[in-house]
Design a binder for this molecule. Structure first.
Ligand SMILES: Cc1ncc(COP(=O)(O)O)c(C=O)c1O
Length: 364
């Protein structure tokens, strides 16, 4: 079996309880909130339990303030297109994924780029800024941004604060308290299936319905219902995905994530004497288990292929959909190793030895 060093792309792990619950549901799938027969009622109950599980997990005051989408890309599209207008000044970080950058670009927002250092923020969060959006954790460096401090500064300055938790949810504590809109995806640290995610808000809906359609409620009215969650959800929900999100989060409660920073450092220490190797990271920052690197004269794409074919190690090479941070480090792509939830010391040492062997072979 392949060794997972691409968990920042997708978890690669489905808990047994998820498989059991899904098999049971799939023996009689039904639409939630549409019928009064047992299978439909059961689907409604599962969706409600999942909303409650997500709400409890992130500290969202009400389950119906958890909105399901197909993933964080859809969440960020809905939220940013709902809150930002052409010409608005928006602060985002240099670590943003294209699911933020391309959306802000398409809207025509004026982007003010934060370098991730908390002491820089005060200067950037000026009166004319309407919103700040940032990743909690960089999907390239694994660096953790201080979203608690950013949230407090945004609150003080009356600026809406949207957080992309794609890389942190399930790995670090994330609290709705620190932000106005929390966007999440199910298939990474939360160990759900691909194609499920969402966004959450505390109080009032902050922007209008991004889509319209059937909800199974108020069906004779042409207006989209304005109550939670129907204001933001239309059409048949991804019930299997929603179930997997619930059981994925339940799994995390009994198997809390381990701190991967020591193993991350072990990987870096195991490689750092290689001539011409460079890690994309800020030594002042704390990191989760993601390491991106470049090696002079050795193609990262070749390394990634060889690691997969010869050593069974799954990695990713490319710009990781995060152009600004790559530009900041003066490169257009990197080789990324992102640790699976059950990463071991042996796996880290094997990955380091395999990378070293490949580089030596290439340079011979
Ligand atoms: C920081 C960050 N934001 C957003 C996304 C997009 O996630 P999804 O493809 O689940 O919509 C990713 C995916 O890698 C990510 O790392």
């Amino acid at each position: 079996m392949d060794i997972q060093f691409d968990a920042a792309a997708t978890s690669g792990f489905v808990p047994e309880e998820t498989k059991r619950t899904l098999l049971d549901y799939l023996s009689h799938p039904a639409n939630p909130s549409r019928g009064s027969y047992p299978a439909s009622l059961k689907a409604s109950r599962l969706v409600y339990q999942a909303r409650k599980t997500v709400a409890d997990f992130f500290g969202v005051p009400r389950p119906d303030h958890v909105i399901f989408t197909s993933g964080i890309t859809e969440s960020l599209n809905a939220v940013l297109k709902g809150l930002v207008k052409k010409g608005d000044r928006v602060v985002c970080s240099v670590f943003e994924h294209n699911s933020v950058l391309r959306v802000l670009h398409a809207i025509g927002a004026e982007m003010v780029v934060w370098n991730g250092h908390t002491d820089e923020l005060d200067r950037l969060l000026t009166e004319d800024v309407s919103l700040m959006v940032c990743s909690h954790v960089s999907n390239v460096t694994g660096g953790i941004l201080d979203i608690r401090a950013a949230g407090a500064l945004c609150r003080k300055n009356g600026i809406l604060f949207v957080v992309d938790t794609a890389q942190s949810a399930g790995i670090l504590p994330v609290s709705m308290e620190d932000m106005d809109v929390l966007c999440f995806t199910g298939h990474k640290g939360l160990h759900g299936l691909q194609g499920i995610g969402g966004f959450c808000m505390k109080d009032q809906p902050l922007f209008p319905s991004p889509k319209q359609g059937g909800t199974g409620t108020h069906s004779m009215e042409l207006e989209q219902p304005q109550n939670w969650p129907e204001i933001y959800e239309a059409g048949t929900l991804n019930v299997p995905g929603i179930i997997s999100l619930m059981t994925g989060i339940q799994y995390l409660k009994s198997h809390p994530p381990v701190d991967q920073s020591t193993l991350r450092q072990r990987l870096i220490d195991g490689l750092s004497d290689i001539e011409g190797i460079r890690f994309l990271q800020d030594p002042q920052t704390k990191h989760i288990g993601i390491v991106s690197l470049v090696v002079d004269g050795v193609s990262g794409s070749w390394l990634s292929d060889q690691l997969a074919v010869r050593f069974g190690i799954q990695t990713r090479y490319g710009a990781q959909c995060a152009p600004l941070v790559h530009r900041m480090y003066g490169v257009e792509a990197s080789l990324r190793l992102s640790f699976g939830h059950d990463v071991t010391k042996q796996q880290v040492d094997y990955a380091a030895a395999s990378i070293r062997q490949l580089i030596e072979e290439k340079r011979r």
